[in-house]
Design a protein. Sequence first.
Length: 513
Amino acid sequence: MTVIINKQVCKRMFSINSYKFWKLPALLIFAFLSSGCEKDSTPGPDKDRYEGTGYKVYVNGEEVRAYTCRVSAVPFNQIWDGYQRPIDQTELAYMAQWDLPETGNSEVVITVKQPIASVQINPSWEGIQPRVDGQNVSFTLTGLTPRNLTLEVNGTHHALHLFACAPQTDIPAEGSVTYYYGPGIHRPGRIKLQSGARVYLAPDAVVFGSFYAVNASDIRIWGRGTIDGSQLDRGMGSGLGFSGCSSIEIEGIVLRDAPMWCCSLFGCTDVNINNVKIVGQWRYNADGIDVANCSNIQVSDCFVRSFDDALAVKGMLQNNGEPEIVFIGDQNVENVTFERCVLWCDWGRAMVIGAETYAPTIRNVVFRDIDVIRTSDVFMDILHGNKAAISDVTFENIDAGIDDHTPEPVFQTERGQTYTDPNRGYVPRLMSISIAPNGWLDDKTLGTVDHVTYRNITVHGNQVPTSDFAGYSSVYRIKDIEIDNLELDGSKATDAASAHLSIGEYVENVEFR
């Protein structure tokens, strides 16, 4: 079946009232048929919200459309209590995406409406120097290397996210794939994909909805368009959710404003996620990419700006929050690699294993060549709260950016409370490993952590972060941690003191190289 969506607006809109997390299974009986939805080629009432108004972007003289994305404005969070995060804790940011030329450099010119007092292009260690001329900021991207950057004018708020991609080489004809979304706005709602599905999103396609699959294989989603979950409520699944699936490929698209977790894999094998950009995540529990009880997973060349954890590896009993429940707790997590990704985490952890670690084993997990523009809580965390034997984890070639001032994360304790930064000189932690019951499951069995390597870790900025390792007991302990070439404040750390590392009880054999 081929669905070409290119004629008129699909009028069906889907909405569910927000419920507490533990009531989700009752909601999941709802199914929404969506293959008949069609497209509106003019933005209409969504124009102001979904097309950028703060910047104009030009690449080699051609205008690139900028879109808005809603992001968190403050690090203020709470346990889900039946209502969604208020808009006044958020702000609008912007994004623009284009394909690099096949030859030569890219001259980027950005017109900024507000007065310019300062400009920063991040990751700063990329060394891209902006030039300011009146209301224009310009810079040059040399060569054909794809880049995921942020332009931050007058501070971190209302940032412009810039995605320079490798040229597309696989552009299907209309009618040759299962779902084809051309330029313009589409409202399909939630779509369940079957084995063999092919979904293509053309540049400047904005698809309001989500996609999921259960026990399916051989699925591909690709292109340069955007999947936007802003019209879906919590309890309707992830922006992209795959449960019990195999041979999945996701490439090139933008994911924006998911109802909870954004891109989720539960009990899957052989998945490749490449050049995916995640922005506009502001709602409670708005993670970036979650990998739970999966094996043979490759995530590369992605950009993730999330409210909650950016890249997360988990062990779970089942695929909570998805439209159809699948039990996955007996499956291992193994052979999971994240590499060449750029992260910005507004509340939680940039890279984390946990807090859910309900799996027999979690092993062979690699985070490599990761640039963290900034995070709020921890850069690299193993938060072990369940029974898994965690082993052979590597964090390698990690660049961690710390601003001169990081707003301190605060838990909201009552509805209507507003955020106030305590201004206590807060600095996010760099490395953390802990073992303790997490309270999510009745099974309180704990596990162990063995053979964790931190190699070539560099902190950028004037602030020095702390780190901490702590086991739970002589049985549930941490063992064999290698820290190889950790650079803080321009100096190599040679021991726990110079690494600002607190080593608690039940931690054995921490070595510095």
